[in-house]
Design a protein around this ligand. Structure first.
Ligand code: ADP
Length: 175
């Protein structure tokens, strides 16, 4: 029953008309490369202004945790910024920390009454987390979350390249 609430698309997360998009941010919350740079560029300075306020209040964001800001000029109402783990061989709690990113982002989205949320493939770019393992964790956490609430009814995994898209397609068909 939950399976049709999980969707995959190939493309640019900044273009999506969903309630919330998730950013693969870094601990500073000050923006960076990859999807982080694309979101700040498309969403405008309002997003960074709110990130700076959060940073001044709580000193950035820890790995695995998530904070929320306006969506600025994006179609999405909000951006959730979560900090994925840097892959460092797998023995440094990377899997648990990536699970926390998905769970904490979904919890924050739920608390803001979001019906739809889109995720990039957190940590699989500059942070080098193995793509298939990251996809398994993402699908697993989203599935578990969807089973225990009825507010969020669509979770979209946005795949930026064919390889990632194929990994998600296979995993979701097998699920
Ligand atoms: P991290 O530092 O968490 O690894 P990256 O931004 O380097 O974050 O990469 C995370 C994922 O986001 C990668 O799979 C990358 O291909 C993808 N990505 C980059 N730009 C975009 C975008 N505009 N929309 C969706 N995904 C993107």
């Amino acid at each position: 029953m939950n399976k049709n609430k999980l969707n995959i698309i190939k493309g640019d997360i900044t273009k999506l008309a969903v309630d919330i998009i998730v950013n693969a941010a870094n601990k500073s919350l000050l923006g960076g490369g990859g999807v982080d740079g694309a979101i700040h560029k498309a969403g405008g300075s309002e997003i960074l202004d709110e990130c700076i306020k959060i940073r001044n209040k709580q000193g950035g964001c820890k790995t695995g945790e998530a904070v929320i800001t306006t969506g600025g000029k994006l179609k999405a109402n909000y951006v959730i910024h979560t900090v994925g783990p840097v892959w460092n061989g797998g023995k440094n709690h990377e899997e648990e920390l990536l699970s926390n990113c998905y769970r904490n982002s979904l919890t924050l989205a739920y608390e803001h009454g979001a019906k739809s949320i889109a995720f990039p493939c957190i940590s699989t770019g500059i942070y080098r987390f193995p793509k298939e393992l990251a996809a398994k964790i993402a699908i697993d956490e989203a599935t578990k979350f969807l089973q225990r609430q009825e507010i969020i009814n669509e979770v979209i995994f946005v795949c930026f390249d064919d390889e990632t898209y194929n990994i998600y397609s296979i995993l979701l068909n097998d699920a």
